[in-house]
Each structure stands twice: as C-alpha cells, then as structure tokens.
Ligand binder design. Structure first.
Ligand code: PLP
Length: 404
C-alpha cells in the first residue's frame, strides 16, 4: 500500500505538542550513519539518547528480531516465555542480581523500583518507613512517581499533588544525605552518572558513602542505570566500574538497542516483597523485546566491545577538547566511556541547543543535557572513522557558529 507523504509539518498538525523535533526526518540508519527524507546523511553521536548501543540495523539484532518474529511475539504474563527467561538468567549471571522484573521503559523500571522499595520498607519495618531520598537535577522518567522522585521541579509543575515523602539532597554531597536520612527512609535513589542533569559522574567516595548510610539506616540503595548501563561506561553496568553494589538497579535504553524494554534487577530477598499480584505489566517481558535484548547483552559484554568503549571515548574526548579550545566553547569535557558532556563556558552558557542545531547543519547528530551541556551518547561500536568524520563535521559546525 502506498503511504501518504508526511513531512515535519505533519508533526504540528497531528502530534501532541510536547516535543520539538528537529526539522529533518530520518528514514534509514546503518551503523552510526542516518539518512533523512532528502537522502542527506548524518553521523549519529546521539544514539537515540543513549539507546542504539549497537548502532542502527545491527545485523545480529535484525537477525534475532526476524527469527523471533517468525516464532512468537507476545503472550502476556499469564504465561512466561523463553526469551524472557533467558534474558533474566543472563542479567542475573552478569550482575549482582538474583531476580528480574521486566517493563517497557526506564520510567516503568523505576516506577517498579520505587514501589518495591516502599513496599519492602512497609513489609519489614512498618508504614512509617516510606521516605525516598533522591537528588536535585536528577532524572528518573516522566510518570508521576518518577518525576516526583526526579530532581527537576519543572517536570512536576502543574501535575501536583505528587506522591509524598520524597526529599532531595545534593549530588556528590554526602553530608546533604546525612542531614536527610533517618529510620523513615526506605530508599536512596541515585544515577551513578547524572545523565539528563548535565553528564556528571558520581565521586566514588560519594557512592561508597551512600552504601554505608543505607546500611546504617536499613534503607535500600537504588541505582538508576537507565542511561549509564549496558556498556555505556566501559563496564556492563556503572556500579561495576565503581565497585559499589546497589540493592536494586534499573536498566532500559541501551538494553534493547532501540527495541523498547526496561528491567529492574534485585536480590531474591528483596524481590520476595513483590508477591503474586503486587505489581505487573502487560508487555513486560515481551518475547520480541527480550530476544533482542539478549543479543544486545551478548554482544556488549564481549571484553573487546567493552574495551573498545574506552578507546572510542579517548578519541572523542581528545577531539572535542581540541575543538572546544580552538573555538573557545567548552570549559571541560566530562563523563565516562561513551556518555560524554561538553560543558559550555561562560560565554556560551545556555546555548547548547545552538551547537546541536549547528551540528545538524553540518551532518552530525548530538544532544543537549540541559542548556549548558552538549551530550554525546553514540553507539558503543561506532567505527573510529565515523568518529573522525563526525569531529571534522563538528569543526565545520563550530567554525560556522562562532563566525557569526
Ligand atoms: N532514568 C534515567 C537516568 C534516564 O536518563 C531516563 C531517560 O532519559 C529515564 C530514567 C527514563 O527512561 P524512559 O524515557 O525510557 O522512560
């Protein structure tokens, strides 16, 4: 059946206006290159916001998706399915986890984590143990509970009343957590690298301190690894890089390599709180999603892929640092592995969007992380030649931008 033509203008006619997508519409992707409707080609350093961990149309993922599509798509959780069981077992084998709950997105994985933490507190210590400590500028998703736990009030504005009992401490400031934590705290929730909030890695001592505080106060430590997980830092999960083990970990984004999936990982003892009927999801554990994620994990956890993340990170960092100096743009380039943030200097403060627009003009997809940081989260296996090409196009972009 022929399709009616659609353009960027169609977005304004038929979509709820909560997004402001770029003027181009990508129609094809291969590896770290993307083509738009006009056949213009871009190097993708955005990765669908840290999602396409193996690039576009990875042959292994396409193969497994086709294979599973011929077998079984969906049965709901009235039945279990082989891909879900295999994926859960793989996640348990490769992490601290002993039990897994599947969802469809990062927000849903976090929603499950926060509900589990509350219910665990309620069950083991009583109804008073319901407070959650999170951090200002953190991001955990867009459901009402996750925006309430997230530390960006603008995402909650007009949606109140929010769930109660949530306190925000200051990231990388242990004393601010000490001031808030008590016997009423059921969980401390933290991103090991604050992604949306500016690409800020946690200090190792901060995460170690959180672990100790949680143990002292019988609170659960929840790591939101929706953005930092699945090889992004060069370790399968960032907690392994830091050597601090949480009680609950959430994963999504890169886990499906572009197929929607979320997962909450925990221990058997904590998982027991989610007894039959306490929580659920129609699509969670969907066979197609789990088959794809299984292949993503198999590829990403190969030692040469994880080691390759660091090599690519170095290349990008060096190039970005050089360009930042040349054009007087960045104060620093920070982050871990292939989650990098170029922090704009005082002169360019608040203009991250302008750099993204200039990148698009020059044929490179990049992201913002707030108004003052340009973020990069490319495929973990982006060819080094694509990195070089992207840097050369960014050179053109920044030259054009700074010449005005
Ligand atoms: N948690 C973190 C750390 C994230 O970066 C995001 C998305 O950016 C989310 C949760 C929400 O994930 P999703 O958009 O899949 O619901």
């Amino acid at each position: 059946m022929p399709h009616d033509p659609v353009t960027r203008h169609t977005f304004d006619e038929v979509m709820v206006p909560n997004y402001a997508p770029a003027r181009i519409i990508p129609v094809k992707g291969r590896g770290s290159r993307v083509w738009d409707q006009e056949h213009r080609e871009y190097v993708d350093l955005a990765g669908g916001i840290a999602v396409t961990s193996l690039g576009h149309a990875h042959p292994g993922l396409v193969g497994v998706l086709h294979e599973q599509a011929e077998k079984l798509w969906h049965v709901s959780n009235v039945l279990t399915n082989e891909p879900a069981l295999r994926l859960a077992r793989t996640l348990c084998n490769k992490t601290f986890a002993e039990r897994v709950f599947f969802a469809n997105s990062g927000a849903e994985a976090n929603e499950a984590a926060f509900k589990l933490a509350r219910r665990y507190g309620w069950q083991h210590h009583g109804p008073e143990k319901n407070e959650i400590i999170s951090f200002t500028d953190s991001f955990h998703g867009r459901t009402l509970f996750t925006v309430a736990v997230g530390g960006q009030p603008k995402y909650l504005e007009g949606f109140e009343p929010a769930p109660d009992g949530i306190h925000h401490a200051t990231y990388n400031d242990l004393a601010s957590v000490e001031a808030l934590i008590s016997e009423r705290t059921c969980a401390v929730v933290v991103e090991p690298i604050r992604g949306e909030g500016g690409v800020v890695p946690a200090d190792p001592e901060f995460l170690k301190g959180l672990r100790q505080l949680c143990d002292q106060h019988q609170a659960l430590l929840v790591f939101d690894e929706v953005q930092s997980g699945v090889g992004r830092t060069g370790s399968l999960y960032a907690y392994q890089h830091y050597g601090v083990t949480p009680d609950i970990l959430t994963s999504a984004k890169g886990l499906g390599g572009g197929f929607p999936i979320g997962a909450m990982l925990t221990t058997a003892a904590i998982a027991a709180t989610f007894g039959i009927g306490t929580h659920g999801s129609t699509y969670g554990g969907n066979a197609l999603a789990c088959a794809v994620a299984q292949r993503v994990l198999e590829v990403v956890s190969q030692p040469e892929v994880l080691a390759g993340v660091e090599a690519r990170s170095q290349l990008l960092r060096e190039g970005l640092t050089r360009l930042g100096k040349q054009y007087g743009l960045f104060e620093e380039v920070r982050g871990l592995g292939l989650l990098l943030g170029c922090v704009l200097n005082e002169q360019w403060q608040g203009r991250a969007k302008d750099l993204v627009a200039a990148g698009l003009e020059a044929g490179v997809l990049i992201l913002v992380a707030g108004a003052g940081v340009v973020r990069l989260a490319p495929s973990l296996i982006i060819p080094e030649t694509d990195i070089e090409e992207a840097l050369s196009r960014l050179d053109t972009a920044f030259a054009a931008l700074t010449s005005h």
